[in-house]
Design a protein around this ligand. Structure first.
Ligand code: ASP
Ligand code: MG
Length: 411
């Protein structure tokens, strides 16, 4: 049987009208001859009553002492409610549908409550259900441990559920339905002429997602890439084709992904830069500092180690905590708050000279100060002041001609 995974996010399920669009897509897939595994997120966004953040608010004590086990049990209800509501509406439309919890769909996880990892998927039950049903609606973002404890996979985890089910069932496609047209060259709220990508590689989309592009979870892209199953990021309200995310070969068929230097721009704000310089040779300073950060569960990024000290970034929310720790260790850290990280991503830049020069030039032309930079084969990052973010992204979008349709042509 040909299986299709279709995942719908919370905004695509927010009310009966938006769910009608979802149902149309599912019906169309059935007509194409697919058995459909629908993966759902919790309905709507806070303050919508069953949205994940609304449920979370019920147990959000200021002392931070909520039990993670019970929190997972609570949050899992959001997706279960969503699965039941949608499967009933599908039945109203005459489809044979069944709602399943993550556990019933066979998602086995580790016992890291609130951040569990999928260990295996036992597909027997799902396959049996698909023999007698058109559609199985599975609650995303959740699974079960070997001892039948309910777990969740971390925020945005429904995409991960969808990709893992796609891999386990060897699906034809993993469709991620969303409230935008697809994956874009930059955040359309920032860049007016940002363009929807028709096709892009797993690697580029994974990098964009890790650097802050929010449409699809990077974990999901990694799973799909490993299983060689294409992802289609599609608009829920509409018939647009969205973005096809794929590799250079899918089921051994060659796929033409356009050659382009840069695929897109991603950004992240709410970052603090920390710099510590010592008068004497730094010696054990970097080791001591990063150990202290790790002990306090502060994840560090953008790390530069130089002979007289270190420089790195942390989430703004943890900057007070980090500063206290560093002062206790007798360091005098210099912090720059309200920074943002802008990344240009594209496997096409590998080995091409002048990409960094172009990036730096276009930022300097706008009078933007670069606080730090780093690069890999496929990504160049700069840290800037958050106040410059809008100007920076627009300047880069223009400099790399990302709004230009011509770059979509193959050579
Ligand atoms: N409902 C969960 C969240 O808000 C999972 C998801 O939507 O992917 O994080
Ligand atoms: Mg999401």
């Amino acid at each position: 049987m040909d299986v299709l995974i279709q995942k719908f996010g919370g905004t695509s399920l927010a009310d009966a009208t938006t769910r009608k669009h979802a149902i149309k897509h599912i019906q169309a897939s059935k007509r194409e001859g697919y058995k459909v595994v629908v993966v759902v997120s919790a309905i709507g966004r806070a303050p919508s009553p069953y949205a994940t953040d609304s449920l979370l608010a019920l147990v959000n004590y200021p002392n931070g002492k909520q039990s993670k086990r019970e929190q997972d049990l609570l949050l899992s209800c959001g997706e279960i409610i969503s699965a039941v509501v949608l499967s009933n509406e599908l039945k109203q439309e005459g489809l044979h549908a069944i709602a399943l919890t993550g556990a019933q769909a066979g998602l086995m996880t580790t016992d890291d409550f609130t951040a569990a990892k999928i260990k295996a998927i036992e597909t027997d039950r799902l396959k049996d259900e698909l023999l007698v049903n058109d559609v199985a609606v599975v609650a995303g973002f959740q699974g079960e441990t070997a001892t039948h404890e309910t777990t969740t996979l971390g925020r945005g985890g429904s995409d991960t559920s969808a990709a893992a089910l796609g891999a386990a069932l060897d699906a034809k496609f993993i469709d991620i339905f969303t409230d935008v047209d697809g994956i874009m060259t930059a955040d359309p709220r920032v860049v007016k002429d940002a363009r929807t990508l028709e096709i892009a590689s797993y690697t580029d989309i994974c990098n964009l997602a890790y650097q802050g592009a929010k449409v699809v979870h990077p974990r999901a892209v990694e799973i799909a890439m490993k299983a060689k199953i294409p992802i289609r990021v599609r608009p829920s309200n509409g018939t647009g084709l969205g973005t096809l995310v794929t590799g250079s070969t899918d089921n051994d068929i060659e796929v033409n992904i356009p050659d382009r230097l840069i695929t897109g721009i991603a950004h992240m704000s709410g970052i603090t830069q920390v710099k510590i310089v010592s008068q004497e040779p730094a010696g054990l300073l970097p080791a001591q500092i990063f150990e202290a950060m790790a002990e306090a569960s502060i994840s560090v990024d953008f790390i530069n180690i130089f002979p007289s000290g270190v420089m790195y970034t942390i989430p703004e929310l943890l900057s007070e905590k980090a500063e206290k720790i560093l002062r206790k260790l007798n360091y005098q850290p210099r912090l720059i708050h309200n920074c943002a990280k802008v990344s240009i991503v594209g496997a096409g830049m590998t080995g091409v000279p002048g990409v960094t020069a172009k990036m730096v030039q276009s930022l300097v032309n706008e009078g933007i100060e670069i606080l730090q930079s780093a690069d890999s084969h496929t990504t160049i990052w700069v840290l800037i002041n958050e106040k410059d973010l809008f100007t920076a992204i627009n300047a880069l979008h223009q400099a790399f001609e990302l709004n230009d349709q011509m770059i979509e042509t193959n050579n």
